[in-house]
Design a protein around this ligand. Structure first.
Ligand code: ADP
Length: 279
């Protein structure tokens, strides 16, 4: 990807669902602006009904905005060329319950225009990346929600995309599978890829997202890095090796320097790090 080219550029985006059968029209997106840079993971947060899925559907080409501009990798959202340049993992169960995972990926790969030998290599790579080799002979309709989500991410990664658009990538996954997905996203970013992901899993958002954008009732209410949005006035000092009297002396020194303390707390690892280190 050209390092100066934005992966996603959205300007003044509006989407109005027309009313039908007596129900009123819904303004699902109202003047939303956002950008995703190369090598960045942007999280879209917001309560149910705030417009996250609508935004992702416009970007994936499934819906056309009422007003405004949505560009992906330098092309208008919905451009056919984007099929092989970006990966989209929508919400919900996979289609074609009668297919096996490999058949499903082969079908999508042929729509993406991947030539046979490349498709076969990519199919193997993504099934192994998502640790799905063990379910190759099961039909999609017999896979658990978590396995279906993993296969949906494998499908999004199939064309070696530059951009991933993911709707709740870890919903329905156990902690081990969530960790696997986050590690895959971090690796994807390290290779220069960009990600836009809607999520309600705040711990995961804190771990992987470089910036977040918060939608409320179709409008952007906040945007920035987690440091920018979450920093408080508190200055934290991490210490180790102090006994009780050493701690008292530090508290006194802070008071002497004109500051105040809230007392000592035991440091704690993140639960993700604990689970990872059990292996
Ligand atoms: P989120 O993904 O944040 O839960 P959505 O994008 O699904 O939000 O929905 C945004 C708003 O648009 C909601 O008020 C929802 O009821 C409405 N909406 C979503 N899809 C449709 C549709 N096909 N027709 C009419 N209204 C819709």
């Amino acid at each position: 990807m050209d390092p100066t080219e934005l992966a996603i550029e959205v300007e003044s985006l509006h989407l109005r669902y027309p009313g039908s059968w007596g129900s009123p029209a819904v303004e699902a997106l109202i003047g939303v602006d956002l950008q995703v840079r190369p090598g960045e993971i942007l999280g879209i947060l917001g309560p149910n009904g705030s417009g996250k899925t609508t935004l992702l559907e416009i970007l994936s080409g499934g819906l056309r905005q009422t007003k405004g501009r949505a560009r992906i990798l330098g092309r208008a959202a919905g451009d056919r060329q984007l099929i092989a340049m970006m990966g989209y993992q929508p919400e919900g169960p996979l289609p074609f319950p009668q297919l096996k995972p490999g058949e499903f990926l082969d079908y999508l790969g042929s729509l993406m225009g991947l030539p046979g030998a490349e498709l076969s290599a990519r199919r193997k790579a993504v099934l192994s990346q998502l640790r799905l080799d063990g379910v190759a002979e099961r039909k999609l309709g017999k896979l658990s929600t978590g396995l279906q989500r993993r296969l949906a991410l494998a499908a999004a990664l199939l064309p070696e995309p530059k951009l991933l658009i993911l709707d709740e990538p870890t919903s329905g996954l156990d902690p081990e599978a969530s960790l696997l997905v986050m590690e895959i996203l971090e690796k994807f970013r390290a290779g220069g890829g960009s990600v836009l992901m809607a999520s309600h899993h705040l711990q995961e958002v804190e771990r992987v997202c470089d910036r977040v954008c918060v939608l409320v009732a179709g409008r952007k209410r906040a945007e920035g890095s987690l440091d920018e949005l979450l920093s408080t006035e508190e200055q934290l000092l991490a210490a180790s090796g102090l006994d009780a009297s050493g701690q008292d002396r530090v508290v006194e020194a802070v008071a002497k320097a004109g500051g105040s303390t809230k007392g000592w707390r035991q440091g704690r690892r993140h639960l993700f790090a604990f689970l990872r280190d059990l292996k």
